[in-house]
Design a binder for this molecule. Sequence first.
Ligand code: SF4
Length: 457
Amino acid sequence: MNEADTEIIRAVLSKEDFQFVTDEIDADVVMLNTCAIRENAHRKVYGRIHDIRHRRAGKPVTIGILGCMATNLRQDLLENKNLDIDFIAGPDSYKRLGDLIRQSGLHGEKPFDVTLSEFETYCDIYPQHKTGVNAWVAVSRGCDNFCTFCVVPYTRGRERSRSVENIVEEVRRLAIEGFKQVTLLGQNVNSYIDYSHPQQIASSPLNETPRNDAKPRDFADLLDAVSQIDGIERIRFTSPHPKDFPEKLIAVVAKNPKVCKHIHLPLQSGNTRVLEMMNRTYTQQEFLDLATKVRAMCPDIFLTTDIIVGFPTETEAEFEDTVKVVKDVQFDAAFIFKYSERKNTVASKRYPDNITEDQKKSRIVRLQEIQKEITYKKNSAYIGKTLKVLLEHGTNKLKNDFVGRTDGGHLVLLPQGNYQSGQIIDVMIISASPHALKGNVISPNPSSLQLDTNSKI
Ligand code: SF4
């Protein structure tokens, strides 16, 4: 979401004739777009501010902090004399950035705007998308779920969605620009609902007309609408919540050939008591039932998850419930985190972080080992199979010339060859690791693939 926001910020500031430079050493203004989800993020940002000042060696520079950390840690940021920050803007204040930049430093001021809006979706801004195969498209902002460990509802405000027409228009332009894949974004993307809010229509330059029929359109309707656009080959979405998966949505994922067969189902915990403390609104059994239903309706699905271990008061037996769910569901991949308290969350106020670091560490290591084995076993099952791979970009880091992704989302490494990003090719999988697949091109004939020398990202 921060990458998508940065693309909005670039569009906003370009309209005001700000120019972008590639190295901060040349910039008069440096903005750090921040995240407050993980603990290390704010340490990194504090380190980066010191770095920037150090690299500038006394040459003046205006530094702004944007994003969730700006909202969540505003006071710390403004009052911390060591940080020397010039201005602050929250996620709903990017249209005011020009003013904040111009005001900063005037009469020693440190201007800030962290107001959260009920309506701002930036639907009237066409983002300056980064080049590549995939474009991020934020379809909604904010979140109403208030999971007790999460700061998002406080840093990004209440949930609001853009209209279907507004999103379709953006994706149509992206297709014309040559993007092959769009990833629809929302903090709780599958609770998307389009009421074609009159205020959104009034501020949109995209000739929307208020809809007469009052029937709201949901996320499944949005996926179907986006899939009608020629040129867009794949549609992904993140991050969904397990509570918002009606059969209608699972059926669209299963049947619409452009919608990737990948569902991220954040479990967080496999224990019903802990889930209740987290305010996740589903039980262990409900989650298992959903995973079973998804696999029954879409047998090819690539299922991934997020898990937090060591939530306050989580016992060993309750952690074993999470192990059980991981073993039962057989996720293709999992992002596993140790619980760490986030300032201003309900959990930070109600539940003391009483699980020791050693306990958290032993739980995360155990779960990661189990998941690694499952992922490796599942990835190995693709050896000898031919999969459709969307070519993404070249890479030197991985010592292979090109990487692409399968429909499900597996990273596929390809041997040296002439490739063109954006092509979808058939690849025979020859080996697998827990992190990626390796393959050989089957068709089109490898020698007919054209070299795209600009495709390294
Ligand atoms: S659904 Fe996601 S973004 Fe919303 S409160 Fe829960 S964890 Fe945070």
